[in-house]
Write a protein that binds this ligand. Structure first.
Ligand code: GDP
Ligand code: IMO
Ligand code: MG
Length: 422
């Protein structure tokens, strides 16, 4: 069976920390979508590590790690990441596998990303500018280069053909970045990529699954950034919900078991786009400070607000979440009262359904339910019973609203700061 773990909000829910914890129970961790736009933070012997393309199971000696076909790989970022992680994890390369069908991010994809964002002006998505959108466009446009291509004799020819196309596209933009400076490092990194264990990911996984191995698929970004169901067009370019696992790894739906969905006890978003429960006041600022809400990939301040149960219930439905994980609960320690959006008022009509359009075209106001805060530090608590009653009341309400039980509560950055609810 393959279990899935994914973010239910706009990313940065704490997936890295939780995968690192759960990896103890799995044989294989597999990334199925996204690319170096992801920044997954975990702590190894007290030291902070941020992973972008490498799965978050690498710090468990027994775990194999697969970068699946649904991921887009920038060889430069991957190589830099490997060089950073190897000293902490000397056998990394023996346990890291890359699908030959994963697509490549080229220097010109990054230039196109930057040019396209700049041209959007105030409507920009707030992309991480890692070349994600243009690389997925070439994938679905049937022009892309894949990891398997780096092993072919005519890789350079294929590269030049695609770059020529990109050069023509870049002509429509002013102020194009000098992407040629990135070409030499790109080809050096391609050489490093050739040395990795490049596999036919879907057969590789099938063999392991038939041998009874336990696999966890690690999501990147969050459900509200899904290209089909997120707050389009302010989304990423892949399917971040559970269905993305099937085409991002080549596994059948019948093989999917548990779906772990992660939510913060509040909500954040980085980049542009609608965010119904955003707090633009001092409470939002206080959340950013208490939660150290700055992007793990770009360092940008994250926008902060209250938990949005309307959006969360939508995400739970889309992925069929079987177990909830609530993170960053300790961040709310000194907030009193706490709010949770339980419905929206859209142009005067109340709804619990996530609307098609939540941009400035509509007048959307969240309807909140207020909860008493717990006014006490909970980061040292390690059993559910020992948590304050008002906190448990908050959790029960969330469970009832979402129709799904909370299986884990995270109350700090450390691997052991996780309360398992049996
Ligand atoms: P990801 O992209 O979902 O892996 O999340 P990020 O790593 O981008 O952001 C989550 C941040 O919250 C990281 O800095 C984590 O170390 C931190 N974090 C995770 N869980 C907790 C928690 O329960 N409490 C606190 N205070 N921080 C947490
Ligand atoms: P993890 O895996 C939070 C956001 C960007 C931007 C939009 C599109 O760490 O949770 P892209 O680079 O894909 O073109 O950006 O999506 N975004 C993320 N926000 N966490 C992430 O990943 C994100 N990856 C992309 O800020 O708004
Ligand atoms: Mg992140």
């Amino acid at each position: 069976m393959i279990d899935v773990l994914l973010g239910l909000q706009w990313g940065d829910e704490g997936k890295g920390k939780i995968v690192d914890y759960l990896a103890g129970k799995y044989d294989i961790i597999a990334r199925f979508q996204g690319g170096p736009n992801a920044g997954h933070t975990l702590y190894v012997n007290g030291a902070k590590v941020v992973l972008h393309t490498i799965p978050s199971g690498v710090f468990h000696a027994h775990c194999l790690n697969l970068i699946g076909n649904g991921v887009v790989i920038d060889p430069v970022t991957l190589d830099a990441e490997i060089k950073k992680i190897v000293p902490l994890c000397p056998d990394l390369l023996q346990r890291l596998f890359v699908s030959q069908k994963a697509h490549l991010i080229l220097p010109t994809h990054r230039a196109l990303d930057a040019a396209s964002e700049a041209a959007k002006g105030k409507d920009k998505i707030g992309s991480t500018l890692k070349g994600i959108g243009p690389a997925y466009m070439d994938k679905t446009g049937r022009n892309g280069l894949r990891v398997g291509d780096v092993l072919s004799k005519n890789f350079k020819e294929k590269y030049n053909k695609l770059v020529q196309k990109h050069k023509d596209m870049l002509k429509q933009y002013d102020n194009v970045i000098d992407w040629q400076q990135w070409e030499a490092p790109f080809f050096e990194a391609v050489e490093a990529l050739r040395q990795l264990q490049i596999v036919n990911g879907e057969y590789w996984l099938d063999t392991h699954l038939k041998a009874g191995k336990k696999v966890l698929a690690e999501g990147a970004q969050g459900s509200m950034l899904d290209v089909d169901f997120g707050t389009y067009p302010f989304v990423t370019s892949s399917n971040t919900i559970a269905s993305g696992v099937c085409n991002g790894l080549g596994v059948a739906p019948s093989r999917v078991g548990e779906v772990y969905g992660i939510t913060k006890a509040y909500c954040t978003r980085v980049g542009g786009g609608p965010f119904p429960t955003e707090l633009l006041d001092e409470t939002g600022e206080a959340l950013r400070k208490a939660g150290s809400e700055f992007g793990a990939t770009t360092g940008r301040p994250r926008r902060c607000g209250w938990i949005d149960l309307v959006a969360l219930r939508y995400s739970v439905m889309l992925s069929g979440v079987t177990q909830l994980i609530m993170t960053k609960t300790d961040v709310l320690d000194s907030f009193n009262p706490i709010q949770a959006a339980i419905a929206y008022n859209v142009d005067g009509v109340e709804t619990k359904e996530f609307p098609y359009d939540i941009t400035d075209n509509v007048d959307l106001k969240p309807i909140y339910k207020e909860f008493a805060g717990w006014d006490t530090p909970i980061s040292e608590v390690n059993t559910y019973d020992a948590l304050p009653q008002v906190f448990k009341d908050y959790c029960s309400f969330v469970e009832d609203y979402l129709g799904t039980r909370i299986a884990y509560i995270s109350n700090g950055t450390g691997r052991d700061q996780l309360i398992v609810i049996s």
